[in-house]
Design a protein. Structure first.
Length: 338
């Protein structure tokens, strides 16, 4: 291991030690996290778990760091209705969750324990919800040691599970592989497009470090196209069409593969850095390059374009986390037993 990765590992150990004993919220906490930097599909998974919790009669609240969001201290991204903050203040992923979900409170804050308490206090002041959250979903929470979690769900990208098995900055690992032992449930995402034999090999690696956690396979499937005005089109409208695609996400290759699997013909594609802050010039350049082609981006990118003048032929590809219902049964049974 190189010097910088050694230093990173030492810093990680110090951070974990200095975090002290985790604080416990008065409702169960499900953490959705991973061992690697970006690209595993956490946001669709968080949305799916919160939506399933609501279906099962639980009052879910999402706690998120709101990566790149400029809002300070504890901020409500949503109180269950329309988003209260835009992507600049909340971060693009938190804003996407708020736009997608209804009836789910979303609180942004570096200190997720305080964020959870704020959600409880807010509910006590509201006539419509006197009891407050009965379940918290912790977004990207596997390395947030300050908060007690009842269930840790670890996502592993089926197309690039562990990189070169080295810690950042030499590799993409945020923690050593051995830390998979802390996971209660393991999910191999994008399993449907992983290379032949990859899921078996990933399962073997997981079992090397964690013999007990159930392992599920998941996919991130396109479910529709969201237009600039919010109108929804069927995904099959892409079939056989020439398109111009652009994105600013951690894994643009997966976005491209998803479009191709939906039958689109990608005539041109433009890639920006993850969490790119779009300016009007970006959109004007894209419109000029695309000419009369349909322009497709991701929902995560689309939330950052609302304040810009965007063309009518621009749509966002909606992706949904798809997994066997046994995953949810297992997850909520663990919560009930905790």
């Amino acid at each position: 291991m190189g010097l910088f990765s050694v230093l990173y590992g030492l810093g990680l150990s110090c951070k974990r030690f200095l975090s002290g004993n985790p604080e416990k919220l008065p409702a169960p906490v499900i953490s959705i996290g991973n061992l690697t930097l970006g690209g595993t599909g956490k946001t669709p998974a968080v949305i799916a778990v919160a939506r399933e919790a609501k279906k099962r009669g639980r009052n879910a609240c999402i706690l998120t760091r709101g990566y790149k969001g400029k809002a300070k201290d504890i901020s409500f991204v949503s109180r269950g209705g329309q988003p209260l903050l835009g992507p600049v203040e909340a971060g693009d992923e938190a804003c996407l969750m708020a736009e997608t979900l209804r009836g789910v409170t979303i609180v942004k804050g570096k200190d997720r324990f305080r964020a959870g308490i704020a959600a409880i206090d807010n509910a006590r002041l509201a006539i419509v919800n006197l009891h407050g959250p009965t379940l918290f979903v912790l977004d990207d929470g596997f390395q947030h040691w300050k908060l007690h979690r009842d269930v840790d769900v670890i996502l592993v990208d089926g197309t690039n599970p562990f990189g070169n098995n080295k810690l950042f900055p030499e590799g993409i690992l945020r923690e050593p592989l051995a830390e998979m032992k802390r996971g209660h449930i393991m999910v191999i995402t994008k399993a449907d497009i992983a290379e032949k034999g990859a899921v078996t090999e990933i399962t073997r690696t997981i079992r090397k470090y964690n013999q007990e956690a159930p392992i599920f396979n998941a996919s991130h499937r396109p479910s529709g196209l969201v237009g600039a005005s919010g109108n929804l089109r069927e995904i099959n409208s892409l079939h056989g069409r020439n398109i111009y695609a652009f994105s600013g996400i951690a894994n643009p290759a997966h976005f491209q593969a998803t479009l191709t699997s939906a039958g689109a013909r990608i005539a041109a594609i433009r890639k920006f850095r993850d969490h790119h802050h779009y300016k009007q010039k970006d959109i004007d350049d894209i419109k000029k390059e695309a000419q009369d082609l349909d322009i497709i981006t991701t929902e995560k990118d689309m939330v950052k374009l609302k304040e810009l003048n965007i063309p009518e032929n621009l749509s966002a590809l909606r992706i949904e986390f798809s997994i066997d219902n046994d995953f949810y049964d297992t997850l909520f049974n663990l919560i009930d037993d905790s």
